[in-house]
Design a binder for this molecule. Structure first.
Ligand code: ZN
Length: 271
C-alpha cells in the first residue's frame, strides 16, 4: 500500500508508520481540501507522521476530525492542533482502557451535522459498536463514507466490551448499508468499492459466529466465556484466543440482550 495517495480531487491519504497485526499496513490519515485543510484521524502521536501531515497539507489545517479515540486513531490530534490552531471535532473518550484521554474536542458533532467548507462537506454519521464514540464521516459530494474502524479493508474489527457492543455494531452496519454510499474509505487498508457486498459479508460472518456460539452453549451449558472459546473459534490460531474471548463476550452479551442467553456465576446457558 503506497504511503501517500490522492484518492480523488481534494481527497488525499497518508498511511501512518504504525503497521501491526491490529492496524494492518498502518492507520490511514485523510486530508480534505486544497486551500483550507481538514485532517481525519491523525493517528498515533508520531512526530515524523505529524510533520508529514503538515508538509503534505501545503495549506492551513483548519479542522482535525477523529472517528474514535482508540490509540491508533486520535493521539496525534492534540499535538497537531497545538501546532496549527485547528479546531478539533469528535466525541470525547469514554472511560475505560485503550482510550486516548488527550483528545479534547472543541466541537462535538451531532449525528447529521455537516462540516461545510468552501471546498467540501463532511457529514457526521454516528456508528457506535466498535467503540461507543465512533463517528463515520460522509463526503457529501462524492457520497463516500470514511469509516474509521467501523468497516476496515480485508479483516473484521475487534468488538471489545464493555465499550464495544455487538448489538450496536450490527445496527450501525445496517445503518451504513442503508446509506448506499458509492464507496467506503476505511481507517486501515484500501478503499472499498462495493459497500453493500462487504457489509452483507460482515453481518453474515458475525451471524455465523453467533450461531456457532449458540450451538456451543447448547452442547456445553454452564461454561465460562474462557472455556467456550475453543468450541467457538476452532478455526482461529490459539495465539489469538485472548482477542477471541473478548469477541465471544461481545456475542454472548448480545444474546443476553436479545433474551436468548443468561448467566449464573459467569457461566452461560441458553434460555
Ligand atoms: Zn478502533
Amino acid at each position: 500500500m503506497p504511503a501517500f495517495s490522492e484518492l480523488a480531487t481534494g481527497v488525499r491519504r497518508i498511511v501512518a508508520p504504525n503497521p501491526s497485526m491490529m492496524t494492518g499496513p498502518g492507520t490511514n490519515t485523510y486530508l480534505f481540501g486544497a486551500d483550507d485543510i481538514a485532517v481525519l484521524d491523525p493517528g498515533p502521536a508520531i512526530d515524523s507522521h505529524l510533520d508529514d501531515i503538515v508538509d503534505k497539507a501545503g495549506a492551513p489545517i483548519r479542522w482535525i476530525l477523529v472517528t474514535h479515540t482508540h490509540p491508533d486513531h486520535s493521539p496525534g490530534a492534540a499535538a497537531l492542533a497545538r501546532a496549527t490552531g485547528a479546531e478539533l471535532l469528535g466525541i470525547p473518550a469514554p472511560d475505560g482502557q485503550h482510550q486516548d484521554k488527550s483528545f479534547v474536542p472543541t466541537r462535538i458533532p451531532a449525528d447529521g451535522d455537516v462540516l461545510q467548507t468552501g471546498e467540501f462537506g463532511l457529514e457526521a454519521v454516528h456508528t457506535p459498536g466498535h467503540a461507543s464514540n465512533h463517528v463515520c464521516y460522509r463526503h457529501t459530494a462524492l457520497h463516500w463514507l470514511f469509516t474509521g474502524d467501523h468497516v476496515i479493508d480485508g479483516s473484521t474489527v475487534v468488538i471489545d466490551p464493555p465499550d464495544g457492543n455487538m448489538q450496536h455494531y450490527i445496527e450501525s452496519l445496517r445503518r451504513v448499508k442503508d446509506l448506499q454510499c458509492n464507496a467506503l474509505v476505511p481507517g486501515h487498508g484500501e478503499l472499498i468499492e462495493d459497500p453493500e457486498r462487504i457489509i452483507d459479508w460482515i453481518i453474515e460472518h458475525r451471524m455465523q459466529r453467533e450461531a456457532k456460539l449458540v450451538a456451543a452453549i447448547e452442547a456445553n451449558p454452564n461454561l465460562t466465556t474462557h472455556e467456550l472459546v475453543p468450541h467457538v473459534y476452532k478455526d482461529v490460531d490459539p495465539k489469538l484466543y485472548g482477542w477471541a474471548e473478548r469477541s465471544l463476550l461481545a456475542h454472548v452479551l448480545k444474546l443476553e440482550a436479545d433474551g436468548c442467553a443468561a448467566r449464573r456465576d459467569e457461566r452461560w446457558a441458553l434460555i
